[in-house]
Design a protein around this ligand. Sequence first.
Ligand code: ADP
Length: 172
Amino acid sequence: MARTLIGVYPGTFDPVTNGHIDIISRAVRLVDHLVIGIAANPSKGPMFSAEERVSMLYEELESIDQNGTKVEVRPFRNLLTDFARDVGATMILRGLRAVSDFDFEFQMVGMNARLAPDIEIVFLMASEGNHFIASRLVKEIAMLGGDASKFVSANVAKHIAARLKEIGSAGR
Ligand code: ADP
């Protein structure tokens, strides 16, 4: 029987952007089963809870061509390599934006290669026009009253606006 290639695409996804979607659209062409891993990352003080990020990702998946690939979204709180092993993945997919991502990713590859030499880490680049997008900047733009809808889907923009309204009314 042919082997099923399982890949994990991990990240914070706070919130999911057009950059992430670009990487997901490429990743589904490479694996048979893609697990999008949502790192809880409470230390980063996320705008959305892990559960909210999971459901936003599922909402986005409805409008993506999944190329016949099974795509799942799961939160995780443990070590990435352990999570990848738990789901049976042999590949971790990461996106690269600019040289600024390289340093961190280079270190991570080195560490993960020691922890899990059986798991290959593969880097994908978003297409031109999407590679500069970062969740952190999307949130900053939205908080300062800018238009974030160029960088995220209309649905995600709606979630951000709703969250900012909640934060605003809680602060009053
Ligand atoms: P992290 O908190 O690990 O940086 P993110 O949610 O920001 O997680 O991103 C998850 C993954 O997606 C990372 O590999 C990141 O480099 C990649 N990524 C995010 N935005 C883009 C983008 N615009 N283009 C390419 N890769 C991206």
